[in-house]
Design a protein around this ligand. Sequence first.
Ligand SMILES: C[S@@+](CC[C@H](N)C(=O)[O-])C[C@H]1O[C@@H](n2cnc3c(N)ncnc32)[C@H](O)[C@@H]1O
Length: 202
Amino acid sequence: MGARAKKKSAEIPTQKTLFGSDAHHQPGQTEPMISSDTNEWYTPRWALDLVIKVLGGIDLDPCSNSHEDPNVPATHHLTKDDDGLSKPWTGRVFMNPPYGDEIEAWVDKLILEYEKENISEAIALTGARTDTAWFKKLLNYPFPCCLVDGRIKFSNAKNSSTIGSAFFYLGPDVVKFSNVFKEIGTIVTAMAMKNPPKHARL
Ligand SMILES: C[S@@+](CC[C@H](N)C(=O)[O-])C[C@H]1O[C@@H](n2cnc3c(N)ncnc32)[C@H](O)[C@@H]1O
């Protein structure tokens, strides 16, 4: 193995450590990872390390599990009791919103806070739900997104997720985001063309 390959394997977790040994959903798996039964899927540490590599630090987790024992190492946390959706957001934000119908409100809030320049930069972790309006909203926002290879094993879960995941970036350093996150998936940016050629009608 060459020096470059050695360095890469030391820094970048393997498919197994990233996503768990059960990286792909097995038919008959008894613990569906993303279900509407719970919203408590915690971001794995390796993903938080990538987020911190891009943002330099996290000022706010607006949808945190706890003040006392938060999963995300942010300076400030807003929990369900605080209702993070109703509070102003500031600084560098990492958002892994509750999975369920309320996710659209979190996406709208993230975009609004970014457009009002209350937050300087943000990364959001969501399910790769290309069939939803909120996902399209984020995808069509003029920033890159990383479609994660395989399926994430959330830090409090026994099995990997039953769906794919995406990390969305909002901020000035799209190159940094792309370079860091390309190691775990495919970087995509929506292509909006005013007058697309016939063969490329969008
Ligand atoms: C998918 S979990 C993410 C937890 C943690 N931020 C992480 O990334 O590991 C979503 C969290 O949002 C919290 N939550 C639900 N509704 C909320 C609200 N209105 N305001 C703040 N947090 C909320 C849930 O309790 C849950 O811990």
